[in-house]
Ligand binder design. Structure first.
Ligand code: FAD
Length: 306
């Protein structure tokens, strides 16, 4: 049932009419629950609030699928400002970005050049930069890019593996020699069954298995889920295998489980809240609604209340 609804929401998200309506009214109707605002000042303020609560944060200038070279230069310049602002404000935060935002669909070399510029700038400030994982069509290029950066001696870069993909256990094994910094997620995109596990129970089981392999074996694991059962499983595996607390962290999305974040931070774990901002929040919001149809009700209720 949920899977059908999720597919319906992600499909409706492509409708120009739905898009026009939500883009016009969405921030007021509830997008602000998941997005830190439209400007870097908005984001910096929210990151500070999270830090003040003992939480870490990352931020993303929302956007993806840029098809124009000049536009990717503007994205790089914007991220340079984000990286410099995090440093200037002394925030416990870093950047996470998408390669299609930096031109991956135009030319892989362009995306690599762009991301390298940003990883080098982050390195100068002692910040990590994480490359998010997008649709399955981009996984090879994303992992290739990650490897290129690491082989160029840049260690302040991490990426993401998605538990729903059939290929992920093999990708993890191939990455192990790099002692990578990896975020593990369930996977947020609509993928065919040839590519990704269609049943949620199977995705959850795959996530647990990947955690068991990753936590003791890689450089740093970011356990990115709101699933309390899997979070507790990760904590047990870390304890059992003697993985020190500096080698893993728990990550959640801004607005999804604020109380759980604080509870875990109070137990002494590093908790990072992924906190995106920017005017291009539409596809991000639609993925969040697709994950949890109850969020759609929250949105509809706000619409009716107006
Ligand atoms: C920090 C972070 C980074 C991510 N980066 C990527 C990425 O690079 N690539 C990618 O494909 N995916 C990414 N994701 C999304 C991820 O793939 C899942 O779609 C998302 O996390 C929902 O799955 P879940 O693990 O929380 O488990 P679920 O089984 O979906 O949810 C578990 C419980 O968490 C709560 N919950 C989950 N989602 C929501 C929501 N939207 N609103 C309210 N409650 C909710 C509910 O209580 C639910 O019962 C990221 C997620 C996080 C937390």
């Amino acid at each position: 049932m949920d899977a059908a609804l999720r597919r319906a929401i992600l499909a409706a998200a492509d409708s120009p009419r739905v898009q026009a309506f939500v883009r016009r009214h969405g921030m007021r109707l509830g997008a602000a629950r998941f997005v830190a605002g439209e400007t870097l000042d908005d984001a910096a303020r929210v990151l500070r609030e999270l830090n003040d609560q003992g939480l870490w944060a990352n931020t993303t200038l929302l956007g993806e699928s840029v098809h124009d070279r000049a536009a990717t230069e503007a994205v790089v310049a914007a991220y340079e400002r984000v990286i410099d602002r995090i440093a200037a404000d002394g925030l416990r935060a870093n950047v996470a970005l998408k390669l299609t935002h930096l031109g991956l669909e135009i030319d892989e070399e362009l995306a690599v050049r762009n991301v390298r510029t940003l990883v080098e700038r982050a390195a100068r400030h002692g910040q990590l930069l994480r490359i998010d994982m997008e649709q399955s069509a981009f996984v090879d290029a994303t992992l290739r890019t990650y490897r290129t950066l690491r082989e160029a001696g840049l260690d302040n870069v991490g990426t993401v593996l998605q538990a729903y993909l059939h290929r992920t256990p093999a990708d993890l094994e191939a990455l192990l020699p790099l002692e990578p910094n990896l975020r593990l997620v369930k996977g947020a995109y609509l993928e065919p069954p040839e590519v990704a596990l269609p049943r949620k129970a199977d995705v959850d089981a795959a996530y647990a298995q990947l955690l068991e392999r990753m936590l003791p074996a890689i450089g740093h694991t970011a356990v990115a889920t709101h699933d309390e059962r899997l979070i507790e499983h990760a904590l047990q595996v870390a304890e059992r295998d003697g993985v020190p607390r500096e080698r893993f962290e728990l990550q959640m999305l801004y607005g999804v489980r604020p109380q759980l974040q604080l509870d875990l931070a109070r137990r002494g774990f590093k908790v990072l809240v992924a906190t995106p901002y920017g005017p291009e929040w539409y596809p991000y919001l639609m993925r969040r609604l697709g994950e949890r149809p109850a969020n759609l009700l929250f949105f509809v209720r706000n619409t009716l209340r107006r």
